[in-house]
Write a protein that binds this ligand. Structure first.
Ligand code: HEC
Ligand code: HEC
Ligand code: HEC
Ligand code: HEC
Ligand code: HEC
Length: 220
């Protein structure tokens, strides 16, 4: 016997190297999957708030438009969350005793804003602008989902780069008439299809599709 190792050991060694490589590959695959999974991106996870504010109640049932509260979306890069005064225009008259609304009354009396927890928060190295989207026919719903179904607010989309780019490369898939921006559950009139209408609107609104995936649009 000249072999220190039995020849079958070669096979075993090779098999374990391949095994190790596959294991590492599998692990990084799992990591990438994990980073993009709802656990990490928080998609669909309702965010707890100091007051259980419900869009379902206020939008679907009371019938308020988004811009009644988010007044700056059309003119500014930032969509404001309403000040307590906005809540008190109604809640100084109705549900004035509700314990659930105690933090709202406190905030009003003490003139300290309610500290809402953020649902969406892009990294600082990404530039975003609400008005650029609102004024070019991208509906709230396209990015935020059907907010009027949400008893507590959650994130409907990842807001990761690929998600932004999927639209920036072909906005005709999503663009709708400007007067339908805040409509929830928007549907095209019968007999129209999104790509035809979208393509017309992209031309009409002067959306410059070719440049929208330049890095400098979002990283300035
Ligand atoms: C009565 C006022 C009111 C109306 C009307 C309203 N919102 Fe809100 N919205 C709020 C408040 C208060 C918050 C902060 C608490 C929360 O996140 O639920 C909020 C939060 C949000 C957020 C999450 C912000 C974040 O932290 O990232 C989005 C998105 C949003 N609203 C979209 C909409 C859309 C779209 C509509 C119309 C369909 C709408 N809202 C109508 C009051 C309102
Ligand atoms: C235009 C009037 C109006 C405004 C403005 C308004 N609400 Fe309300 N809110 C109502 C009505 C009506 C109800 C009762 C809804 C129901 O249960 O049918 C209600 C119910 C509630 C409730 C208890 C029921 C629930 O679970 O949703 C909370 C909490 C609440 N509002 C918080 C707020 C906050 C916070 C604001 C400000 C960001 C606000 N509301 C602004 C009309 C208003
Ligand atoms: C093109 C996608 C897109 C559209 C359309 C859009 N949003 Fe947003 N919204 C975002 C992103 C992305 C953020 C997170 C911004 C950040 O973290 O800097 C955000 C954040 C918000 C916030 C939290 C405050 C802020 O500005 O960070 C509110 C409130 C909000 N959006 C409401 C609305 C409403 C109301 C509409 C429709 C009138 C709307 N959004 C349309 C993508 C969109
Ligand atoms: C559903 C479609 C859609 C999504 C999703 C979307 N965008 Fe846009 N975006 C547009 C359209 C349409 C314009 C308007 C382009 C124009 O002015 O010609 C625009 C414009 C912009 C502009 C302004 C460009 C300029 O200088 O005029 C920025 C910045 C931007 N988007 C960033 C983002 C970021 C960051 C995200 C993801 C978090 C995102 N967008 C997601 C459709 C979208
Ligand atoms: C339409 C907007 C948009 C454009 C265009 C864009 N990015 Fe991004 N980028 C984003 C967003 C959104 C994120 C994620 C930020 C976060 O996770 O909060 C991101 C993240 C990144 C990151 C961090 C790593 C990661 O994947 O999260 C790098 C690096 C990057 N972008 C490079 C680029 C380069 C290079 C280009 C041009 C080829 C580019 N981006 C074009 C929106 C954009």
């Amino acid at each position: 016997m000249n072999f220190i190792f039995h020849p079958s050991m070669n096979t075993i060694a090779r098999a374990s190297i391949i095994g190790a490589v596959l294991f590492v590959a599998g692990l990084s695959g799992a990591l990438i999957y994990f980073v993009r999974s709802p656990i990490m991106t928080n998609v669909g996870v309702a965010v707890q708030q100091p007051v259980p504010f419900s869009h379902l109640h206020h939008v679907r049932q009371v019938g308020l438009d988004c811009q009644y509260c988010h007044t700056s979306v059309e003119d500014s890069s930032f969509a404001n969350v309403p000040p307590t005064e906005t809540c008190m225009t109604c809640h100084s008259q109705i549900w004035t005793e509700a314990p659930m609304l105690e933090p709202v009354r406190q905030s009003f009396q003490n003139e300290t804003p309610i500290e809402w927890n953020r649902v969406h928060n892009l990294s600082d190295f990404v530039f975003f602008n609400h008005s650029a989207h609102i004024n070019n026919g991208v509906g709230c719903e396209t990015c935020h989902g059907q907010v009027d179904n949400m008893p507590l607010t959650w994130k409907a989309n990842t807001l990761q780069m690929e998600w932004c780019l999927a639209c920036h490369r072909n906005p005709a898939q999503y663009v709708r008439p400007r007067d339908q921006i805040t409509t929830m559950g928007y549907q095209l009139p019968d007999g129209q299809d999104q790509l035809t209408v979208g393509t017309q609107l992209v031309a009409e609104y002067g959306i410059e599709v070719g440049r929208l995936d330049d890095c400098s649009i979002c990283h300035r």
